[in-house]
Write a protein that binds this ligand. Structure first.
Ligand code: HEM
Length: 198
């Protein structure tokens, strides 16, 4: 653990940003070279959503990991902002590439399909987090209010995971595992808060 902490102190956050951009570079390259199969729009949309969920999950793991001695806290902001960027692109891929900016259909789908509504809840919950991710915004809000606001990350993750669970047909393991992991992190967090309050 100490060796990983020492390494994390030396590896700049720029490395996380650069690594985080790789999936996007890959998907653009794969789309441009026709490697995304028969439905490239769907493939782009699904991949962006999945990466968004993975970055969100990774960002939520940072605090519990610190409690067991693994300090990756300096990468948390990059992971959270990357999650937001991938989810925002996932949303844009749906609106622009899939729905072709037909706003009447966008609104109809939003009301008709609960999984789209849940996704929207996730995206909207992440918006204030992304907007307050700069040092200036954190200073202006103050640490306590910033921390309270950042509980929205759990709402975003739960909404995103449920969105994934209900959009797939049947009960495949993958979305359930994401939902279970996020529910577990939320329970850990509530437990931590209760201990602080006691
Ligand atoms: C926190 C927010 C969100 C997360 C974590 C998320 C995540 C995901 C994931 C993991 C998938 C499935 C990927 C796969 O099957 O490999 C997916 C699919 C999808 N998402 Fe999201 N998403 C979010 C928000 C949104 C929003 C805001 C919209 C649109 C308003 C949206 C629309 C869709 C659509 C249309 C699909 C494809 C459904 C299909 O298979 O036809 N998502 N999303």
């Amino acid at each position: 653990m100490q060796a990983i902490n020492a390494l994390a102190r030396r590896v700049p956050t720029g490395v996380v940003w650069a690594a985080g951009a790789l999936p996007l570079v890959w998907v653009v390259w794969a789309a441009a070279s026709n490697q995304l199969g028969p439905d490239p729009v769907k493939a782009i949309e699904l991949r962006l959503g999945l990466w968004g969920l993975q970055f969100l999950l990774a960002s939520l793991c940072i605090t519990p990991l610190r409690r067991v001695g693994l300090n990756l806290i300096r990468y948390r902001r990059a992971l959270g902002v990357l999650a937001f960027l991938y989810i925002a692109l996932h949303f844009l891929a749906w609106v622009v590439l899939d729905m072709g900016l037909r706003w009447d259909e966008v609104l109809r789908d939003l009301w008709k399909r609960p999984y789209i509504m849940l996704g929207m809840v996730g995206l909207l919950a992440m918006l204030p987090l992304a907007l307050t991710s700069t040092d200036r915004a954190i200073r202006r809000l103050g640490a306590a209010r910033w921390r309270a606001l950042h509980r929205l990350a759990y709402l975003a993750a739960m909404a995103g995971a449920l969105h994934f669970v209900i959009l797939v047909k049947g009960w495949p393991a993958e979305p359930l595992l994401y939902a279970a992991a996020i529910a577990g992190l939320l329970l850990l967090r509530l437990n931590g808060l209760r201990r602080l309050a006691a």
